[in-house]
Design a protein around this ligand. Structure first.
Ligand code: NDP
Length: 310
């Protein structure tokens, strides 16, 4: 646990998401290896990328590299930007019916002419390793078994590494998207936290944030959360990834919290980059192994017991 924490040079310790991602990748590798022996084939993840979005291309390249390194099979489908709705849905259907595929991920965003909700809903919930279908979201609300969204699962795991048992902590999540904010709120609730879900209409957001033992900004506004929004001794798990002009006009990445101020006030802070970001793919690999086990009627691999939320 201690290996994830780094000195920030100020009050807070940094929670190293890159090291965290490696730990979870390693657990996925152990799970994949056990499943390969048991099932006679490695868990398989199919990634569908439509179009040429540069950020998505980089992300998919990383996914493929880490999937293979963890001993899972990676199948990639790269489709032209003008792929029709019918062709994309037909591919998803084909992947749903392919028994050798355990996880399906359609990289978002999709080109404008395609309806992301329709395409995501077409994915077999048993293979929904992004945890974004209505069935997966419903299972999360009910506390029923299912696949949970990757980035919020990564946030919970990092918070547990820093703080241990989260029972009774007050959590403020800023942002209510289906991808991050809402599932994050539900996952922290499942950890027995007392959760506030804030958004653009929340009144006096700084005062709301100042109540949080654990603050999760997931907004997409560079350095919106200032030091005086943070309760002394709190933990900040910063989901935001924002590209801004740095020194000499060189682009640099910052989070939704102002890191230099947060580390003066909080006890634990995830940096951007190198915080929540690297956890997303790691949780995807863990989910794919969990999906492979569940589809084969096996219990969740032992190696994932401490990784995935219940
Ligand atoms: P969305 O744009 O879908 O949602 C943003 C949310 O922030 C909305 O709920 C919105 O509220 C809220 N919001 C906007 N402005 C304010 C404000 N001034 N005060 C309070 N709340 C506000 O973004 P995502 O959830 O998809 O992503 C959020 C951030 O996380 C982005 O920076 C994204 O890049 C990053 N991200 C990082 C990932 C990772 O792997 N680390 C993965 C996914 C996302 P309302 O609903 O009222 O409009």
């Amino acid at each position: 646990m201690a290996t994830l924490l780094r000195d920030s040079g100020a009050r807070a310790q940094l929670i190293d998401g890159k090291a965290g991602g490696q730990i979870v990748d390693e657990a996925a590798r152990a799970a994949a290896s056990a499943l390969t022996l048991d099932l006679g084939r490695a868990p398989a993840l199919a990634v569908v990328l439509v179009g040429e979005d540069p950020a998505s291309q980089v992300y998919v390249r990383n996914k493929v590299r880490r999937t293979t390194a963890a001993g899972l099979t990676s199948i990639e489908h790269r489709l032209a930007a003008d792929t029709s709705r019918e062709a994309l849905l037909a591919l998803v259907d084909q992947l749903n019916r392919d028994d050798a595929i355990d996880g399906i991920l359609v990289q978002l965003p999709l080109p404008d002419h395609l309806d992301a909700t329709e395409v995501v809903e077409a994915i077999d919930p048993h293979k929904d390793v992004d945890g974004l279908t209505a069935r997966s979201a419903g299972a999360l609300v009910q506390g029923a078994p299912g696949l949970r969204p990757c980035t919020p699962s990564g946030c919970v795991w990092l918070a547990r590494q820093a703080l241990g048992d989260l029972t009774g902590k007050s959590v403020v999540v800023i942002g209510r998207s289906i991808l991050v904010g809402k599932p994050a709120a539900l996952l922290f609730l499942q950890e027995n936290c007392t959760v506030t879900l804030a958004h653009s209409r929340t009144r006096d957001l700084p005062a709301v944030c100042a109540e949080a033992d654990i603050l999760i900004p997931a907004v997409g506004r560079p350095e919106m959360v200032r030091g005086d929004w943070i309760k002394p001794g709190a933990t900040v798990i910063d989901v935001g990834i924002n590209r801004i002009d740095g020194a000499g006009g060189k682009p640099r990445l910052v989070g939704d919290a102002c890191l230099s101020e947060a580390i003066e006030v909080a006890d634990f802070v995830t940096p951007v980059p190198g915080g929540v970001g690297p956890m997303t793919i790691a949780m995807l690999l863990a989910n794919c192994c969990a999906a492979a086990a569940a589809r084969a009627g096996r219990s969740r691999p032992e190696a994932l017991a401490e990784i995935l939320p219940a």
